[in-house]
Every structure is written in structure tokens, then in C-alpha cells.
Design a binder for this molecule. Structure first.
Ligand code: GTP
Ligand code: MG
Ligand code: ZN
Length: 332
């Protein structure tokens, strides 16, 4: 589906549609004569990069040449590229305004890209439960390092108001931080987020599983574009409904980047250590294993072992992951 057919701005000409995808002089100045059409990466799917070209959308596999580059130089969601329509391939990655990245928790510290060319980061947390200040601060630092404005969005205000005490403590971290409390399912309630929905702006959502990131995307879109998780009765936690990063154009010409929530393992011996960086990609792979309880050893049809065999996943990284899981299971 063309990126803008869904968003009510279909009457715009192709160059204007590019503006609703976040196009601007910073990128236009980088185009050279003979370059193909500019396109924005909306999602990295199993079959390749889904690229919005203004009036068209294509999914193209990433050629092997990209994998010879360091992870930071490979295309990621939110990137602008010069697209060669005849060859159906990405010619060139345009320089980024910024990129949100984190270091995987593994000892080798692999870089993981969370999204490129972001204007605002919505740090999403459930307001009815205890806030994890350490996590919020990590996201605040991440936004600052990348020159991205951060907003704290506290969801589930219909269940309980966020505690004044906790909100005060967040204010202690950054006195000028915008904090918005919403019922993510309610269109009137999420109007509080309108100031950040500027034409061509890209807003990235980050936060743990089950806090309502995809719910926000759906309510702000006005249509169910993303699958929503059910909450487990046992502990009220979400369970990784979203598995890929993807950009969603809204009717007012801004874009939301939805992302999978990250699970955190707590390892008492080392204090509260966040190993989300190691976990996320392996757990996403693991969803394609034949067995739901696969231990990624010698089970048949193990997607994680297949990724190691294909050179897409570092074996040492998998070993560290299995070790952490084992450790966490012992301390549960
Ligand atoms: N009562 C209430 N429920 C909410 C609110 N926001 C989200 N939910 C519910 O919380 C559950 C999880 O929501 P999701 O949007 O799937 O959460 P997510 O952050 O996208 O989770 P992952 O994709 O796993 O990272 C769903 O059952 C939503 O209906 C809210 O503001 N109030
Ligand atoms: Mg989600
Ligand atoms: Zn497996």
C-alpha cells in the first residue's frame, strides 16, 4: 500500500508526500544528478527493507554488500536512501540527521540501531505502576546524546493516576521534561500528544513490553495498524506482541516508530543489570524456532542456531545470552 494512501493526504503530489514522510532540505541537498528516487525505510522485514517512495512502496532485500559494513552503516528504520528503481535496490544511504543506538550488553558491545532521523522520543511507561527511574534516565541520556527531544508518556491513567511522588522524582532528573499522562486507548486522551505531531516529524516510541506503545500508534492512527497484546493475568505484564520496528504515517503528516518492548533480566549478583540489548534480537529470532520452549541447542528447526550457522548471529553472543538466561532462571 502506498505510504500515504492510508493517511488522508493522498491528494498531495509526490514531492509533497515526501514531506509527510519527513523529507526536507537536509536530505534533498545530498541528492546528486543520476541518483535514483529518494525513499524512506519504513520497516526492516524478513524479506528486506520496506521503502516508501512517496507515491509507491517497495520491499527489497538488502544485498550482501551491506553486511560487510559495520552495523552503524547499514540501513535502518527511518533512514533515507537513494533508490534505484530499475535495479530494485538501495543505491546509497543518505547521511542521517541522527540515529538512536544502544550498545548491546554483551562484552563485545555490539551497536544496535533503534531508528534514524528521529525528532522526538516518547519514553513510554505505565503510569499506574512503579516507575523504573534508572530506565527512564537511560532513555533520557540516549535522547540527549542523539539530539532528540524526549517526552515521558505515562499510560494507563484510567487504571490509576501516576503517583505524585514518582513524578516528582522524574522531575528531579530533568526539571523541564514534558510528562503527559494518557489513556492510550482513548482518542480524546491522547490529544495531549498533539504538540509533537508536527508535519514531517518522526516520533519514536520506546519502553517495556505491555505499556501500550502499539496501542498509542493505533489510537493516534485512528485505525488498528498494529497488533495489541493481551496482559497476562498472573503479573499484569505484556508479552512482546510487537516484534519489529516500523514507521507509521498519521493523517496529519507525522510518523510514529513502533518498536518491540525489551525484557529485562535481573541478576542479583551484579545488581540490577539491564541485558535488554543482548536479549532483543535473539528473542525475536527465537519466535521462529519450531518449539516454543526451544533451548537453541541441537533442537530441529532452531532459528537461532540457523542464524549462527548463516553468520548473522555471533556465537559468543548466543553463549552469553544462554548464560544470562540460566543465571536468571536460578535467581528467579
Ligand atoms: N487500561 C489501559 N490499558 C492499556 C492502555 N494502554 C495499553 N493498554 C493495554 O495494554 C496491553 C498491551 O498494550 P500494547 O500496546 O500491545 O503494548 P506494547 O507496549 O506495544 O507492548 P509490546 O509490543 O509487547 O512491546 C493491551 O491489552 C492494551 O489494551 C491504557 O492506557 N489503559
Ligand atoms: Mg507493541
Ligand atoms: Zn531455538
Amino acid at each position: 500500500m502506498p505510504a500515504c494512501a492510508a493517511n488522508g493526504l493522498g491528494f498531495l503530489s509526490a514531492p509533497n508526500r515526501l514531506i509527510t514522510l519527513g523529507w526536507g532540505p537536509f536530505f534533498a541537498d545530498q541528492l546528486r544528478a543520476g541518483d535514483g528516487a529518494p525513499g524512506r525505510i519504513m520497516a526492516m522485514e524478513r524479506t528486506g527493507a520496506r521503502i516508501a517512495l512517496g507515491d509507491d512502496e517497495r520491499t527489497v532485500p538488502l544485498g550482501g554488500r551491506w553486511y560487510r559494513l559495520p552495523p552503524e552503516d547499514r540501513p535502518t528504520v527511518g533512514d533515507w536512501v537513494a533508490f534505484d528503481a530499475a535495479a530494485e535496490r538501495i543505491e546509497r544511504l543518505l547521511a542521517r540527521r541522527n540515529v538512536l543506538k544502544r550498545i548491546g550488553a554483551g562484552t563485545r558491545g555490539e551497536i544496535q540501531l533503534m531508528g534514524a532521523n528521529i525528532d522526538t522520543l516518547f519514553i513510554v511507561a505505565a503510569g499506574h505502576e512503579a516507575l523504573n527511574l534508572a530506565r527512564i534516565e537511560r532513555y533520557l541520556n540516549l535522547a540527549e546524546q542523539s539530539g532528540v527531544e524526549a517526552v515521558l508518556v505515562l499510560t494507563k491513567r484510567d487504571l490509576a493516576a501516576a503517583s505524585k511522588d514518582q513524578v516528582q522524582r522524574v522531575r528531579g532528573l530533568r526539571p523541564d521534561l514534558s510528562i503527559e499522562c494518557v489513556d492510550a486507548r482513548n482518542a480524546a486522551s491522547v490529544e495531549a500528544l498533539t504538540p509533537w505531531r508536527r508535519l514531517g516529524a518522526t516520533v519514536a516510541l520506546a519502553g517495556p513490553s505491555g505499556v501500550g506503545k502499539s496501542t498509542l500508534v493505533n489510537t493516534l492512527s485512528g485505525t488498528p495498524v498494529q497488533a495489541i497484546g493481551r496482559i497476562r493475568q498472573r503479573d499484569g505484564k505484556g508479552r512482546h506482541t510487537t516484534t519489529r520496528r516500523s514507521l507509521h504515517p498519521l493523517s496529519d503528516g507525522c510518523l510514529l516508530l513502533d518498536a518491540p518492548g525489551m525484557r529485562e533480566l535481573k541478576i542479583p549478583a551484579a545488581g540490577e543489570r539491564d541485558v535488554a540489548g543482548v536479549l532483543e534480537d535473539i528473542e525475536i529470532l527465537a519466535q521462529r524456532c519450531r518449539f516454543a520452549n526451544c533451548r537453541h541447542g541441537d533442537e530441529p528447526d532452531c532459528a537461532v542456531q540457523a542464524a549462527v550457522a548463516a553468520g548473522a548471529l555471533d556465537r559468543g553472543r548466543l553463549e552469553r545470552y544462554l548464560l544470562l538466561k540460566e543465571e536468571a532462571a536460578r535467581h528467579r
